[in-house]
Design a protein around this ligand. Structure first.
Ligand code: HEC
Ligand code: HEC
Ligand code: HEC
Ligand code: HEC
Ligand code: HEC
Ligand code: HEC
Length: 462
């Protein structure tokens, strides 16, 4: 019995010693080396004879790194991900498999972290994948990697990533700017979103927050927009793509892919047709746009879309918040637009154009661009919760003509208003009507009032 115990004790001591030695050995052996040895074995298998096999196996191990001054990073991921550029490694096990679909985004110019996240300099798997406490941008889950295409390819026309187009579209139409600044334009009730994609928010956090802001940030003043899962996913993609980090000129000069198709979509979405015709089809408030790209240079047209006032002083054309790729896409569309395109757009509108359409459209454009919809709803229905305001909600704008004259409404928009408190001893309602006089011209505000008046509904009569 005693002898048995002694034997057991001896065996356990030996085991402990072995474990200690293994731990020591692991600590002194960088964790990337075994991957390189395994990779060399894989490659050696393909060699025809013993001599060449031995030569492959004798390749010195080394850290691979790409220095990317233009992206301000150094990536060492290919120290372990050794087969990314070798199509014969298509069926190799992880992490050695070939990376299909990189196209022109070759590792020597792009590295890996610009798309995947992670910690470029690290050579230990856990650290490199960024799953460590101090690292803010761990690997994006596979479902979200394509969001980062939008870090370089702006304005929702990255082939193969319709989520980015949809996310940008939702952002511009749901009135997010009423409360959030993006690239300097917008309100300040919520945080600035210009660098949301470089923030520490995980994709999962963002998506859950879009589905129910209050469940993630208790007491949030952000309304629940009742987005579908797909819409929440699209907005999450768009948010992840928002990093205002400096990119070297190679990445920023060639990153734009304007497509006429995206231009057509914008032309329809922005309702340009209520002021312009193409080959006689459409409205006559502004010039006919057939062949406009032959009358003006691309640079001139770009300038006109950025700031119509500058090109034509006193212009009645609205100022659009179009990023450079969107402007290029519009010009690309105009270069090939035909009367048939205009006919199709008018057919989809479903009603004939009227002379008032132009002012109303200009007002609608400002209403969307300056984020009024964020608080008052895209259908002007109101309803965003506003605790301790009378009615507990942001008011609907569908019946303002019952309570106010047009001039009074213009006054409210110009000067803003604090909602009266339900309980004067409680805390102030989180949402108030901002003053717009420093942002919108008198003409803009009149156009918005025209737009509101075009939407007034009769109170239901008894
Ligand atoms: C020390 C070796 C090592 C380094 C360095 C390394 N990886 Fe990996 N990586 C692996 C291994 C091993 C796997 C496979 C893991 C698995 O199958 O669970 C992997 C898997 C992945 C995956 C698939 C993960 C998933 O969850 O689907 C991605 C993406 C990835 N790595 C990206 C990177 C990037 C980007 C870097 C550089 C910042 C990097 N890796 C650096 C070893 C490494
Ligand atoms: C241009 C952007 C881009 C670059 C650069 C890039 N990748 Fe990828 N990578 C992707 C996309 C997109 C996927 C596909 C994700 C999906 O939908 O499953 C992917 C997939 C992968 C996978 C497979 C993930 C899985 O779940 O099987 C690995 C591993 C990986 N990449 C590693 C790397 C490494 C290592 C580098 C650097 C050499 C790199 N990538 C560079 C965009 C990129
Ligand atoms: C770091 C910035 C960057 C990121 C991130 C990026 N791209 Fe690119 N992309 C470029 C640049 C720069 C070019 C032009 C490359 C060239 O012509 O050498 C390009 C070219 C392209 C092209 C044109 C290809 C061709 O054959 O002409 C497509 C399509 C494309 N990218 C799609 C994507 C997709 C999809 C993603 C995400 C998986 C992505 N890009 C991520 C910078 C980027
Ligand atoms: C009525 C004002 C309001 C509107 C409209 C609004 N938000 Fe918010 N948002 C907030 C407030 C307040 C917060 C901070 C509290 C919280 O986390 O919910 C916030 C938080 C966020 C965050 C988290 C930021 C972070 O990292 O902490 C994101 C992302 C966001 N909003 C995006 C959007 C988008 C996209 C829209 C349009 C669909 C939108 N918001 C509309 C008020 C608003
Ligand atoms: C509210 C009416 C209105 C809307 C909406 C409108 N425009 Fe205009 N646009 C004009 C007027 C008026 C002019 C003539 C010059 C001026 O006053 O700016 C003009 C001029 C132009 C020109 C220069 C044409 C030339 O031959 O000089 C282009 C190009 C143009 N608009 C494109 C667009 C596009 C693209 C859209 C939609 C994104 C759009 N416009 C929406 C009213 C409008
Ligand atoms: C941050 C949220 C927010 C934004 C953004 C916002 N409003 Fe308001 N608005 C309010 C609130 C709250 C009230 C109610 C004020 C009160 O009760 O006196 C209000 C009241 C109004 C009223 C008076 C309606 C009434 O029945 O009292 C009009 C008209 C109006 N807003 C138009 C606009 C327009 C146009 C824009 C965009 C240029 C805009 N609002 C942007 C929150 C907002």
């Amino acid at each position: 019995m005693e002898r048995k115990l002694q034997q057991l004790f001896f065996a356990l001591s030996l085991l402990a010693l072995v474990l200690i030695l293994v731990a020591e050995w692991q600590a002194s052996t960088p964790s990337w080396k075994p991957y390189q040895r395994k990779f060399l074995q894989l490659e050696a298998q393909e060699e025809p004879n013993a001599v060449s096999k031995a030569a492959v196996l004798a390749t010195p191990l080394a850290i691979n790194q790409v220095v990317l001054p233009g992206l301000q990073r150094v990536d060492r991921c290919t120290t372990c991900h050794l087969g990314v550029e070798d199509p014969t490694m298509k069926n190799a096990p992880r992490p050695f498999h070939y990376h299909a679909g990189l196209g022109p985004h070759v590792p020597s110019k792009f590295g890996c972290t610009i798309c995947h996240g992670g910690q470029g300099l690290a050579t230990d798997m856990k650290d490199a994948h960024g799953n460590v406490a101090f690292w803010q941008t761990p690997l994006l889950p596979a479902d979200y990697v394509r969001a980062s295409c939008g870090r370089c390819h702006k304005e929702g026309d990255v082939p193969g990533v319709p989520e980015l187009t949809e996310g940008r579209h939702l952002f511009e139409t749901e009135g997010c700017r009423g409360c959030h600044k993006l690239n300097g334009v917008g309100g300040s009730i919520g945080p600035d979103l210009t660098e949301e994609g470089a923030n520490h928010r995980s994709p999962q956090w963002l998506e859950r927050h879009f589905l129910a802001p209050n469940a993630v940030s208790p007491g949030s003043a952000m309304p629940n927009f009742h987005f579908t899962r797909e819409q929440a996913r699209a907005l999450t993609y768009y948010m992840l793509s928002l990093t205002s980090g400096e990119m070297g000129s190679y990445y920023s000069s060639e990153r734009l892919i304007p497509s006429p198709e995206y231009g057509r979509q914008l032309f329809e979405e922005k309702n340009c047709i209520v002021c312009h015709a193409i080959g006689g089809v459409g409205a006559k408030v502004g010039p006919d746009l057939l062949g406009v790209t032959k009358r003006h240079s691309d640079g001139w047209l770009d300038e006109q879309l950025v700031n119509p006032e500058l090109v034509y002083p006193g212009s009645s054309m609205p100022e659009y918040d179009l990023e450079s790729n969107a402007r290029k896409a519009l010009v690309a569309f105009l270069a090939s637009a035909t009367p048939k395109d205009a006919q199709d757009i008018l057919a989809r509108k479903g009603h004939a154009l009227t002379p008032e359409d132009a002012a109303i459209e200009a007002g609608k454009q400002d209403f969307a661009r300056f984020g009024c919809a964020g608080c008052h709803g895209t259908e002007l229905q109101g309803g965003a919760p506003n605790p301790n305001a009378q009615g507990e909600q942001v008011p609907s704008l569908l019946h303002v003509s019952d309570d106010y004259t047009k001039d009074e409404v213009i006054g409210i928009i110009r000067d803003g208003r604090m909602p009266p408190m339900d309980n004067p001893k409680g805390s102030a309602p989180p949402l108030y009507m901002p003053s717009w006089k420093s942002v919108l011209s008198n003409e803009d505000i009149h156009h918005i009032a025209d737009f509101l008046w075009s939407k007034q509904q009769k109170k239901e009569s008894w």
